[in-house]
Every structure is written in structure tokens, then in C-alpha cells.
Design a protein around this ligand. Structure first.
Ligand SMILES: [Zn+2]
Length: 80
């Protein structure tokens, strides 16, 4: 049997709980960021009129805006 004091047990228990919560929080943030990236992967924002539209084709770097008809270069969508 391992001899230990009550204060050591409390400290070990707190460390285990905090470690578990940190791991859970990290996994949640990582999942949320991955979901957000997957959601905005095909979105394109028109630099001329500001229209946000979906374009599933990833091959073209320049797409035509459905609202104004101008050619738009792909950029990452920033959520403010
Ligand atoms: Zn446009």
C-alpha cells in the first residue's frame, strides 16, 4: 500500500481534474475550428459588391460573381 497524505491526494485529484478539463476544452476548440473551416471552404466573397456565394469547384482561382458578373479572386472568408 502506498502511503500518502490527504493534501497530496487533494493536489493530485485537482491536477487530474484540471488536466481532463484542459484536454476536453482543447478537443472542443479543435473540432469547432475544423467545422468552421469545412463550412467556409467553398464560400467566395465578391470584392466588388460584397456578395457571399458558394462555389464548390476548387480548381479555378478566379470565379464569376452571380450577382454582378465580375470576375472575383478567391480569398479566405473572415468572420468578424
Ligand atoms: Zn459581385
Amino acid at each position: 500500500m502506498i502511503r500518502t497524505s490527504l493534501s497530496n491526494l487533494i493536489v493530485l485529484n485537482l491536477a487530474a481534474v484540471l488536466g481532463g478539463l484542459t484536454v476536453l476544452w482543447t478537443v472542443r476548440v479543435w473540432r469547432e475550428r475544423r467545422r468552421e473551416r469545412a463550412r467556409t471552404r467553398h464560400q467566395v466573397v465578391c470584392a466588388v459588391c460584397g456578395q457571399v456565394f458558394e462555389d464548390p469547384a476548387r480548381a479555378d482561382t478566379v470565379v464569376t460573381c452571380p450577382a454582378c458578373g465580375r470576375l472575383v479572386e478567391r480569398q479566405a472568408v473572415l468572420d468578424l
